[in-house]
Design a protein around this ligand. Structure first.
Ligand SMILES: Nc1ncnc2c1ncn2[C@@H]1O[C@H](COP(=O)(O)OP(=O)(O)OP(=O)(O)O)[C@@H](O)[C@H]1O
Ligand SMILES: [Mg+2]
Length: 471
């Protein structure tokens, strides 16, 4: 995966961990150096003290070995092995261990000044101090050199303990820092998660700007998204306006064409001319229907995010009146169109033209797809869920099979091609209008086996003016 696609959390953690580990390594190295210096300085001082003590003993005894008990007393407190050698004037061996590592030739020994060097003795690395003293005694007269070697275990132990202690402290520190970094990063990324949820929850039609409070860094991204949404809104609105204008423009010539074809059909003499004109008339009627439905869909889509043209509508009254308007046409086609439910008092907020258009499409469908003589019922339901207004259009026709019920809401989807005239936009318009009013539409099987279309709309809040008048 390339770096740009890596998760932000991992990137931030990497930027915290990698420098942390490098810094810890540097701190550990520094702890090691200073522990080594401290151990060296402590132990060097100890072996210098020993060298002084041994020289005094040897000089006092005229060159004898330091007694075991005295030596043990002198070296008490160290677990290292200590060896010494005392040489008299002219490098004559006096006492101790003769095979002790020699003083390096390139490091001259000055009287009374300790000379330290590292060497190997009996297969082990050792630290050696050499000191020379001028002695003027009866038995020894001249320069006496004392060498003391000490194995490095004690030093190594001090260094290891210091480095391990520093290491444990650093590991704890890194763990605590990691926990806080993880919490901090999670907290820091929380606004991104909230933004993601806010965008995900939106319907694809909701193009209002995102207004959630956001930290500065994300605000710029949100501002860019909002600009895009605004541009998209303008672009979609202009497309819808274009469709509305185009279909509106088409309606007038199509109406003229329809009128002329009807006239020509009436006056045509030959059967061939009548047949051709009949086809022209049908095509013109279909085109008119298409232009009308496109215009209706564009109207339903237009300004779906704005509160313009919103008003309190009594949908019970509207549905009852609309049913009345259709009765004549239904009767003429030998349909039994009826109304059930309250005819007053179901209030929603929205556009009366659009709600009328929604019910018109459903009644038109029932008249179109049910066999002659069918019963169609427009119904308002008073005792729906609280806060909800229910409208239904039911018929006892063939219905829509369960597996086709979601497809028929798509644009230009028709199930029965044998019934001419439809263009597959009616239910898309119904759904658009229901959603524009914050509601939803669902298809059910009516008790008679026909189609039952149920529309649920949010009830309008109580009218403040009416509430004042009744109180
Ligand atoms: N009441 C109904 N009974 C049976 N089938 C129906 C009914 N209403 C709709 N349909 C089926 O659903 C399809 C889609 O209906 P829709 O209203 O969306 O389009 P349309 O009626 O074909 O065209 P138009 O846009 O002119 O209304 C119809 O073609 C029809 O097959
Ligand atoms: Mg239809």
């Amino acid at each position: 995966m390339i770096w740009a696609e890596r998760s932000l959390r991992r990137r931030l953690l990497a930027w915290a961990i990698v420098p942390g580990i490098l810094l810890s390594a540097a701190i550990l190295y520094e702890a090691y150096i200073s522990a080594r210096e401290t151990a060296d300085s402590l132990h060097d001082r100890f072996i210098v003290g020993l060298a002084l003590g041994i020289s005094e003993q040897v000089v006092a005894t005229g060159g004898d070995l330091v007694p075991e008990s005295t030596f043990e007393l002198m070296t008490a407190g160290t677990e290292d092995e200590i060896f010494y050698r005392v040489s008299g004037p002219a490098s004559a061996f006096l006492t101790g261990y003769q095979d002790l590592p020699e003083i390096p030739a390139d490091q001259p020994l000055e009287g009374g000044v300790p000379l330290f060097y590292n060497a190997t003795y009996r297969g082990e690395p050792v630290r050696v101090v050499a000191m020379s003293f001028l002695v003027a005694e009866r038995d020894i007269n001249g320069w006496v050199t004392v060498q003391v070697t000490q194995t490095r275990h004690g030093r190594q132990q001090v260094i290891t303990e210091s480095v391990v202690r520093a290491g444990i402290r650093l590991v704890l520190l890194i763990c605590v820092a990691l926990v806080f970094a993880w919490i901090g990063i999670t907290q820091g990324l929380a606004p991104l998660k909230r933004l993601q949820q806010a965008i995900r929850r939106r319907s694809y039609e909701d193009l209002r700007p995102i207004t959630h409070p956001m930290p500065q860094e994300i605000r710029d991204v949100v501002a860019a998204i909002n600009q895009l949404l605004a541009r998209l809104k303008v672009s979609i609105a202009s497309q819808e306006l274009f469709i509305a204008n185009a279909s509106h423009q088409l309606r007038t010539p199509l109406a003229a064409l329809q009128a002329q074809s009807e006239l020509a059909l009436r006056e045509a003499d030959s059967a061939e001319a009548k047949e051709s004109l009949g086809k022209i008339l049908k095509a013109t009627q279909h085109s008119s229907r298409l232009a009308n439905q496109l215009l209706n869909l564009a109207r339903a889509q237009h300004d779906r995010n704005g509160p313009e043209h919103e008003e309190r509508i009594d949908v019970a009254q509207l549905a009852a009146e609309l049913t009345g308007d259709w009765v004549q046409e239904a009767l003429a086609k030998r349909f039994d169109l009826g109304f059930e439910g309250p005819t007053r008092g179901l209030w929603v907020e929205g556009s009366p033209t659009l709600v009328r258009e929604m019910l018109t499409n459903l009644i038109d469908n029932a008249l179109r797809y049910c066999p002659e003589g069918s019963a169609i019922t427009v119904r308002t339901v008073a005792a729906g869920k609280p806060g909800q207004v229910v409208l239904e259009v039911e018929d006892d026709g063939p219905g829509i099979p369960q597996d086709k019920r979601s497809a028929v809401f798509d644009r230009f989807v028709r199930l029965s091609d044998q019934v001419e005239g439809g263009c597959g936009l009616g239910l898309a318009i119904v759904e658009e209008i229901a959603e524009r009013h914050g509601g939803q539409v669902a298809l059910h099987t009516a008790p008679s086996g026909g189609l039952l279309v149920r529309i649920l709309l949010p009830e309008a809040p109580a009218d403040p003016a009416m509430a004042r008048a009744t109180s």
